[in-house]
Design a binder for this molecule. Structure first.
Ligand code: BEZ
Length: 213
């Protein structure tokens, strides 16, 4: 599989998981999705990542996002590992972990980078929108745990772009000012969409309060 690019349709698949057989597109339904891979079960960094992700369940639900993890180990191993994650991270893993023993999903999503490891996946993340389009890809090395608050931040930004024609500036956090997308030029439409007004720092840099706050 060639590397997935932003805007590509996230490939569909059918695979076993800790929550039974998953048909990916059917699983996503009309939701947003976060698909993320782990080098292997019973590895320390992954244990903290999955525990933290489980704790964010309400945050993902609030944004209409379904979360699903990938690991190249099987379901027997997943079952024991989930018990360990729940115990050590003081949480309840509440999303499926794909049992990708045949590496169907890992290969489909190019999650095995042979020059890093020929056997296990790197830390890939895909954010997928309700049209099944890939909206973000990131790849972290096995030894670095990801920042799942950043994943939520990107989802907030993407959803704002889709709903309100705004982009988000450097280090933006929910509630802060945003940027009117440069493609929006019609002054009447701008007035209508941004009743709180905006500051034109430059014709291409127009700052407005976050419209949904
Ligand atoms: C891990 O927890 O997955 C991990 C930790 C150190 C090096 C590589 C991977």
């Amino acid at each position: 599989m060639a590397t997935l690019r932003l805007g590509d349709i996230a490939p569909d698949f059918e695979q076993e998981s800790s929550a039974g057989k998953i048909r990916f597109h059917e699983f996503l339904g009309d939701s947003w999705g976060v698909l993320f891979s782990h080098p292997a079960d019973f590895t320390p960094v992954c244990t903290t990542e999955l525990g933290y992700t489980a704790k964010l369940a309400d945050e993902f639900a609030k944004r209409g996002v379904k979360v699903i993890a990938v690991s190249v180990d099987g379901n027997e191993s997943h079952k024991e590992w989930i018990a360990d994650i729940n115990d050590t991270q003081k949480t309840t893993v509440n999303f499926p972990i794909l049992a990708d023993e045949d590496r169907k999903v890992s290969e489909l999503y190019d999650m095995i980078h042979p020059n890093a490891s020929t056997t296990v996946t790197v830390r890939s993340v895909f954010i997928i929108d309700p049209a099944k389009k890939v909206r973000l890809t990131i790849t972290y090395p096995a030894s670095t745990g990801r920042n799942f608050n950043e994943i939520l931040r990107v989802i907030d930004s993407l959803q704002l772009t889709d709903s309100h024609s705004v982009a988000t500036p450097v280090n933006w956090e929910d509630g802060q000012d945003v940027i009117i997308v440069p493609s929006l030029k019609d002054p009447e439409l701008i007035k209508q969409k941004f009743p709180k007004g905006y500051t034109e720092v430059r014709p291409y840099l127009r700052i407005t309060p976050q419209p949904n706050k």
